[in-house]
Design a protein around this ligand. Structure first.
Ligand code: NAD
Length: 424
């Protein structure tokens, strides 16, 4: 018997949601009690204060976190989020999902996540650089190519990864490209990394549409979030022939039943920063967007947007979770009971990002670089394998697809911990 004595450190809606998913999966595979809590709870976390000198000469102290959930299966891996509503509990939940994801797709990694409470759009470029460097400076003894390897997430990008890689390299005294992934190509970034998550979401969506005998070139798609994952998912689905009928960001959504002109939208966002007042369709709310009739709905923004309030009203055939944790436990139950929606769970659906991050890390460690076609071919091969494994588990145990994916991910982490034993 093992029993966790757990504080309220991570307590939050999203951490409880990740814990409930774990408990359900652990029950489904009868995970022994002795290994449960060790597998479930984050291994360690670091909270830091980050003073940044502002343009007007004042100093603002930002709060940042890094949570390493599992280090038993390799260095931990996971993005860093810059968002005004980040909490330690959210970062812990995201770190937990990273553990199941890396394990599910067979990467030699554990799971981690980082976050800073900040709205990056309110900082000047120089303030953002200082904040990013300060964060990495505080993390120097906590991360590393063989310890924990960060990457971009919401609100962070290649440029921020470059500043972080530079800061770490200056501290250790040599070029340490493998300390972060999602870097610019000039610093050892991988071909195909920028589009990897969205390309993977679109690839898996196409595969599931094929299973349903629905031609992708007749499909309509609705995408929530038009950042890295949402825009690349939209582009890749559109390249497969799907019609993107709605897109959105935090300012609102745009609906056009004839199809959104994606290049126009991308150019608009490049200059205006958001989709606000984009004239490529009718403005609607993000809530209305989720309930549009479409073949594919891809939430690619934040957690907990599909809830018990709207799950019964979804009118999609495939729900492709580009974001992490977009569907609450209650919504999951409703979707399962409805039975008419193919759900591609986050840990499978958006795993293309961490797979190509793994390729980037491998290329950095070996100093041997691959071409884009090679990267994408290897990515799709790994996604095919993960999809087959999840669907076989689903069939064998009559699980939902989420439960199938989570049980596979959790079992491997638990097996690794069991085999390593407990350090006295
Ligand atoms: P991003 O910062 O590039 O884009 C986020 C987008 O979501 C922006 O367009 C933003 O305006 C929009 N958004 C924010 N709040 C919103 C709201 N309330 N309603 C509608 N839109 C909203 O971030 P990203 O890297 O594209 O990440 C998006 C999601 O994908 C996150 O859940 C992230 O954890 C997940 N993810 C990212 C990667 C990656 O490689 N970047 C990999 C796997 C999973």
């Amino acid at each position: 018997m093992s029993k966790a004595i757990v504080s309220s450190l991570y307590d939050s809606d999203v951490f409880r949601m990740a814990c409930r998913q774990f408990d359900k999966a652990a029950d489904a595979i009868s995970l022994p009690e002795a290994i449960r809590d060790r597998t479930k709870y984050p291994r360690r976390c670091l909270a830091v204060s980050l003073p940044v000198k502002r343009r007007d000469g004042s100093v603002t102290v930002f709060e940042g976190y890094r949570v390493q959930h599992n280090l038993s299966t390799g260095p931990s891996k996971g993005g860093i989020r810059f968002h005004q509503h980040v909490t330690l509990g959210e970062v812990a939940a995201l770190a937990m999902w990273m553990s199941w994801k890396t394990s599910l797709v067979g990467l030699p990694y554990g799971g981690a996540k980082g976050g800073v409470i900040v709205n990056p759009s309110e900082l000047t470029e120089s303030e953002l650089e200082h904040l990013s460097r300060r964060y990495m400076q505080e993390m120097v003894n906590f991360v590393g190519p063989h310890v924990d390897v960060p990457a971009p997430d919401v609100g962070t990008n290649e440029k921020i990864m470059a500043w972080m890689m530079d800061t770490y390299s200056n501290h250790v005294g040599h070029v340490a490209s493998a300390v972060v992934t999602g870097k610019p190509i000039a610093l050892g970034g991988s071909q195909g990394r920028r589009e990897a998550t969205g390309a993977g979401v679109a690839y898996l969506t196409k595969k599931y549409l094929e299973d349903l005998k629905l031609p992708v070139n007749k499909a309509t798609a609705v995408i929530q979030g038009f950042g890295n994952v949402g825009s690349e998912t939209a582009l890749a689905l559109s390249n497969y022939g799907a019609k993107i009928i709605a897109i959105s960001d935090y300012t609102g959504a745009v609906y056009n039943p004839k199809g959104i002109d994606l290049n126009k939208a991308l150019t608009y966002v490049r200059y205006q920063k958001t989709l606000h007042d984009f004239d490529g369709g009718e403005p609607i709310s993000n809530d209305a967007l989720l309930e549009l009739k479409c073949t594919v709905l891809a939430p690619c923004a934040l957690e907990r947007v599909i809830t018990d309030k709207n799950a019964a009203k979804l009118k999609c055939r495939v729900l492709a979770e580009g974001a992490n944790g977009p569907t609450t436990n209650a919504a999951d139950k409703i979707i399962e009971e409805r039975g008419d929606i193919e759900l591609i769970p986050d840990v499978l659906c958006n795993s293309g990002g961490v797979i190509v991050s793994y390729f980037e890390w491998l290329q950095n460690l070996s100093n041997y670089y691959w071409g884009r076609d090679e990267v994408l071919q290897k990515l799709f091969g790994m996604l095919d394998k993960a999809k087959d494994a999840v669907d076989a588990q689903k069939r064998k145990f009559k699980f939902s697809r989420r439960l199938a994916a989570l049980t596979l991910g959790i079992q491997r982490v638990a097996d690794a911990k069991q085999s390593r034993g407990l350090f006295p």
